[in-house]
Design a protein around this ligand. Structure first.
Ligand SMILES: Cc1cc2nc3c(=O)[nH]c(=O)nc-3n(C[C@H](O)[C@H](O)[C@H](O)COP(=O)(O)OP(=O)(O)OC[C@H]3O[C@@H](n4cnc5c(N)ncnc54)[C@H](O)[C@@H]3O)c2cc1C
Length: 646
């Protein structure tokens, strides 16, 4: 059994990272170029890591499945990125950002990692500005900040509603510079399908060339996994259609521990589902909660009249509106964390006060903000989001409130990593959304970009040298070795199995069914009976998939159905682990809401005595049940308390 050791440095919390960096082992410049590093993923985490490692002088090979790193899912990030600069002078500090993040995550994250994240946050902004990222500015020239959920200060830096895209262009610029300098080689249109271990260490990958279908072997001294999150296990999510768990899952199958898999974030402000054959959901950024007020009718009769078209939202007087977040959480109002806002929307809709055709929607209303700040200001702040909403829903959100409902958005779980961001496999690192590290049971808005870039620009480039310092005598890894041959054969066999199943159902058919099971039983609310049922249903689905999936086309050419077949098979296995994890955790915390464990007011009820730990799952050979290890979380600088946003 793998033994967990988070390798947290000794010493006071605020000094750990400085002390670590002052004492960690280094690799000399002349040795760096002899060391190869594979980076899987060129989103914000991967692109920033590959660029930084290349700049340091390592020999980097970067992989992505898109045609260009500029199309990574990170491009979709809208609202902003947090940092503790305290430009608005409203009381922010590194400690406050650390505190808000631990509290927002419902006390299920590691103190040392989160403090380091808050410390590094300011350097990200400096670097991005130096790259030319066009953050919004105040009249006086300072960068502007807006508020996001779970904080009473404004610390979110933004570039309209396109922050991810602008940051990604910055990282892509840095990456391109290294590609031109020859320190980074880019392998685009590659599907990374397996991790190769040699003598227990990560030494390379097996990838499929998505254009030619060729199965390729790539070797390195270390492998960095930056392949993003796995929200698409739910089929419908705000993630890009191609987001998948496969690189991380291949590592799990090879022995890397997978932490807190059931910790999923359901985002409160998405455009509601509108039909059975929809394949993608659209986010309306959390930044909109700065100015939009969330409400439903206070009276059932108005719900009926809205639905029948007898009245419009504007006909409902203020006195008959229920601004339920402002009512329930006066201290934070519409800016409560996402898990709290999502559950509150579900509660109102389940109670029969939901609006829209299905009754599964609430209003996000800008009437007051437009009156207060003016149409032009609102347009300057959120124009592209309003335009997107108008195009999708065919309604003008400047005139009539948006309709929103919670949807799957982000996964806090991921590969278990220690303080150095190394997984339980030596030489295999995980960064960005692919790891479990910093967000506990609920991520605060604008903290994913902060974490991905902190990992990629600053943390991994510092920590990886501790491992590589011992690798300078290891010759270049040979991709012709037996370990690579066996792994490549196993990949080819598995792909051929899908092609030869000859079943009657498409991959999407199974994916949609998996998504339904996950949403119904392992989504916004979970309970023991439902999770047991989910385990049974997923087991059946898995058997059916192996016998009845139909994958047309061939292996040796472009074949998107084959790509999906591999990914959905991994999602089915992951779904089972998520249900198992959610069943094991007999408490509610953050996004993990077990209906059996709630306060009389319907808030999540943690059980710190029994569950203040990270659940790290280890795969077993031959289909046996996975085993779980606990990393106990110690809180020395923050007092554990029931979260309160009232
Ligand atoms: C709509 C939306 C809006 C968001 N807005 C914000 C926001 O305002 N602020 C914030 O902090 N966070 C936001 N987030 C979350 C944030 O965008 C993501 O968590 C973050 O961008 C993930 O970055 P990443 O680099 O870890 O992964 P990604 O950007 O997902 O990149 C993954 C990379 O891995 C590669 N990859 C994946 N699988 C394979 C494979 N099998 N083979 C080869 N390569 C592979 C991909 O090609 C890609 O390059 C938002 C998320 C969504 C969905």
């Amino acid at each position: 059994m793998t033994r967990l050791n988070a390798q947290i440095p000794e010493g006071p919390l605020a000094e750990k990272w400085t002390a670590y960096r002052s004492g960690c082992r280094l690799v000399s410049p002349s040795n760096k170029r002899k060391l190869d590093i594979i980076v899987i993923g060129t989103g914000l985490a991967g692109a920033s890591a590959a660029a930084s490692l290349g700049e340091l002088g390592y020999n980097v090979k970067a992989f992505c499945y898109q045609d260009t790193p500029r199309r990574a899912h990170s491009i979709a990030a809208q609202g902003g990125i947090n940092a503790a600069k305290n430009y608005p002078n409203d009381g922010d500090s590194i400690h406050r950002l650390f505190h808000d993040t631990i509290k927002g995550g419902d006390y299920r994250a590691r103190e040392a990692n989160v403090y380091r994240l808050a410390e590094v946050s300011n350097s990200i902004i400096d670097l991005a500005v130096a790259q030319g990222v066009p953050f919004a500015r105040e009249y006086g020239g300072l960068l502007a900040n807006r508020s996001f959920g779970g904080a009473q200060v404004s610390r979110t830096f933004y570039a309209r509603g396109q922050t991810g895209q602008q940051l990604l262009l910055g990282a892509y610029g840095a990456l391109s510079r290294q590609i031109a300098a020859g320190t980074v080689t880019l392998y685009n249109r590659r599907d990374v399908l397996d991790t190769v271990l040699v003598d227990g260490r990560a030494r390379g990958i097996i990838a499929r060339n998505l254009v030619t279908g060729e199965i390729e072997r790539h070797a390195a001294h270390a492998v960095v996994l930056a392949s993003g999150g796995y929200g698409n296990v739910f089929y419908l999510s705000t993630n890009a259609m191609g987001s998948n768990v496969s690189p991380a899952w291949s590592a799990y199958r090879k022995g890397a521990l997978f932490a807190n898999p059931s910790f999923t974030q359901i985002h409160p402000t998405c455009i509601p589902v509108h039909g059975d054959f929809q394949s993608k959901l659209t986010l309306m950024s959390e930044s909109l909660r700065n100015d939009g007020r969330i409400w439903v009718p206070a009276l059932k009769k108005d719900v009926e009249r809205l639905r029948s078209g007898e009245i419009t939202p504007a006909d409902i007087p203020e006195s008959d509106r229920d601004y339920y977040l402002e009512r329930r959480y006066p201290a934070f109002g519409n800016l409560v964390p996402r898990d709290v806002a999502s559950r509150a929307a579900k509660e109102r809709c389940d109670a029969g006060f939901g609006v829209g055709r299905t009754g599964m929607a609430v209003f996000l209303d800008f009437k007051d903000a437009i009156k207060r700040k003016g149409h032009d200001t609102i347009e300057a702040l959120y124009g592209n989001l309003f335009q997107m909403y108008g195009q999708i829903v065919a309604e003008d959100p400047y005139r009539t409130p948006m309709m929103i409902y919670p949807a799957v958005h982000y996964t806090m779980g991921g590969l278990w990593v220690d303080y150095e961001l190394m997984t339980s496999i030596p030489g295999l690192y995980a960064i960005g959304e692919a790891n479990f590290s910093d967000h506990g049971a609920n991520r605060l808005g604008a903290s994913a970009l902060m974490q991905g870039l902190a990992d990629g620009y600053f943390i991994l480039p510092a920590t990886i040298s501790s491992y590589l310092a011992d690798e300078i005598h290891t010759p270049r890894i040979d991709p012709a070795s037996q370990e690579f041959t066996l792994a490549a054969e196993a990949v080819r066999d598995r792909l051929n199995r899908y092609l030869s199943t000859g079943g009657s159902r498409s991959v999407d058919h199974f994916h949609r069914r998996l998504g339904r099971i996950m949403w119904d039983h392992c989504g916004m609310a979970r309970n023991e009976a439902g999770l047991q049922q989910a385990l049974g249903l997923i087991g059946e689905l898995r058997r059916e998939y192996m016998e009845d999936v139909r994958v047309p086309g061939r292996m040796d050419r472009y074949n998107p159905e084959l790509e999906k077949a591999w990914r959905v098979a991994d999602f089915i296995e992951l779904g089972e682990l998520m249900a198992r994890d959610a069943l094991m955790r007999r408490e509610s915390c953050g996004g993990h809401f077990r209906e059996e464990f709630q306060t009389p007011e319907g808030e999540a009820m943690r059980n710190d005595d029994e569950y203040a730990y990270v659940a790290a799952w280890e795969a077993a050979a031959d289909g046996a049940e996975p085993s779980m290890q606990r990393e106990r979380l110690e809180f020395n600088d923050i007092k554990l308390s029931q979260r309160c946003y009232k």
